[in-house]
Design a protein around this ligand. Sequence first.
Ligand code: 5RP
Length: 222
Amino acid sequence: MNAKQAAGYRAAELVKEGMTVGLGTGSTAYYAIEKIGEMVASGLSIRAIATSKASEELAAKYNIPLVPAADVDRLDIAIDGADEVDPDMALIKGGGGALLREKLVAVQSDRFVVIADSGKRVERLGQFKLPIEIVPFCYEWTLRLLRSRYKVDIEMRMDGDKLYVTDNGNYIADAAFGRIESPGRLSDELKATTGVVEHGLFVGIADTVIIGYEDGRTEIIE
Ligand code: 5RP
């Protein structure tokens, strides 16, 4: 068992009969979905919402019943990975490009459980480039504004020789802050920027962090 698998499988144990579950995106969330799929195959009855087309396909493969958002008031739990986790449980997410749906699902969940291998723990956020989802219309202006305001390297995410397009039809700009002194303030500023749809800072959203280690151990931080 590797670290991502350990964290993912441990989180799946928190899923109980009758729950509505948010399914995250990425290589760590993959293991949680796999385990939940095994539990469903053994008779567990749940319903789920996935945070990306890729996770929808994975859920379908494991016969995890997906329901439309209109049928859901609150989710009992959401389980998702992260690119960085700081000591206050603030996160950078969106390495896989699913940050908007991930945040929508996370804030609608009674318990947001983050799963990560130990390499994702940092003292301060910002070494991982912060993904910022921006609308395609006039995206050059939004990019120019962000560059001039923050004076850090910000590059459009590419998919081969084309701009990367999210599941929501938007683009992503990846910002190399290096060190984010105040994640809360930056989060508010980005959120208030016209042209920015969402960003990968998750501040005050995580309830539980499960860290997985290469020897299969897990550590749970509440
Ligand atoms: C996708 C995400 C992922 O949760 C994050 O990138 C971590 O991915 P992985 O578990 O593959 O390391 O935010 O948008």
